[in-house]
Design a protein around this ligand. Structure first.
Ligand SMILES: Cc1cc2nc3c(=O)[nH]c(=O)nc-3n(C[C@H](O)[C@H](O)[C@H](O)COP(=O)(O)O)c2cc1C
Length: 272
């Protein structure tokens, strides 16, 4: 990256240095005249902290106009967030209807804000947004699973799926739980935090979806099957530079939980 297109509105800038102090890579520093300047643009990780922290909206970077950012008002109540976390569950019963375009759009917009290591942002989301497309995908996977699992010489990994054969043959959707949608998340193979970035994004997805009355289920079965039988990934259009990480099923729930669970508490060790 040659330039950050750092632009300072000198009529607004109060030279408070909040932007340069919050730059973790010292890509920008205060110049002799007190205004921020690009020093090491190649070090910039594009995090936009400088744009966000400016108290007067005087700093533009990458041609982003600060007035296009939403105001941060910290309006989420702690008890609301805790209640959301307490009451979410894996959903395995879905209404036979598509999630609205509006809700899908909200979910996608939210994903743009999830953190990634070194701000690498190497995520690639494959969405199945229509239940007819999901039906085709599901049938394809289940047909292939019957073929693969009927082979007496299975790899140790696929042997673990042997118990799925009978229910799949009976027409039970043990992998996808009759969901109308899924999101399969892939990550760039050279992302420094490729094991964790997708999991963070899907954790955010799960909770935000729940706030929109959309149920989700992490799907280890789908992840395993799609990873071990790569031909099944074709419809997901995963770039060659990326690797499938995880799969989450989602849709409007056809079940309502009335009270929270009572989990066995973990051990929390206090280091002294
Ligand atoms: C990484 C992961 C993989 C999972 N894979 C599946 C799966 O393939 N199928 C399924 O029905 N549930 C799956 N689950 C759901 C778990 O069974 C569920 O989270 C756990 O029983 C706790 O229940 P709760 O999510 O309702 O709180 C998975 C959950 C996680 C976190």
């Amino acid at each position: 990256m040659n330039t950050l297109n750092l632009k300072i509105d000198k009529d607004k800038c109060i030279k408070c240095a909040k932007c340069t102090n919050d730059c973790i890579t010292s890509a920008i520093k205060q110049g002799d005249d007190g205004y921020p300047v690009e020093i090491n643009p190649a070090y910039c990780i594009s995090c936009q902290h400088c744009l966000m922290v400016c108290p007067v909206g005087a700093l533009s970077i990458f041609d982003k106009d600060p007035s296009n950012s939403s105001k941060i008002e910290n309006k989420v109540k702690e008890e609301d967030l805790f209640n959301l976390i307490q009451s979410r569950r894996s959903i395995r019963k879905f209404k036979d209807e598509n999630v609205s375009k509006e809700d899908l759009n909200k979910l996608k917009q939210m994903l743009n804000y999830t953190p990634t290591g070194c701000n690498r942002r190497g995520l690639y989301f494959s969405f199945i947004e229509d239940r007819d497309v999901m039906e085709k995908f599901r049938n394809n996977v289940n047909k292939k699973m019957i073929k693969v699992l009927s082979n007496p010489f299975l790899s140790p990994f696929l042997s673990r799926y042997k118990t799925l054969l009978a229910p799949i043959k009976e027409g039970q959707d043990v992998i996808f739980r009759s969901c109308p949608h899924l999101v399969a998340l892939s990550v760039s193979k050279d992302s420094p935090c490729r094991d964790i970035d997708p999991i963070i994004a899907l954790s955010y997805f799960e909770l935000y979806a729940y706030s929109l009355n959309i149920g989700t289920c992490w799907c280890g079965f789908a992840q395993g099957v799609l990873s071990k039988i790569p031909s099944l990934q074709k419809a997901l259009n995963i770039p060659k530079t990326h690797k499938l990480s995880y799969v989450m099923l989602f849709g409007y729930p056809d079940i309502k939980y009335q009270r929270t669970q009572q989990p066995k508490p973990y051990t929390f060790y206090t280091v002294k």
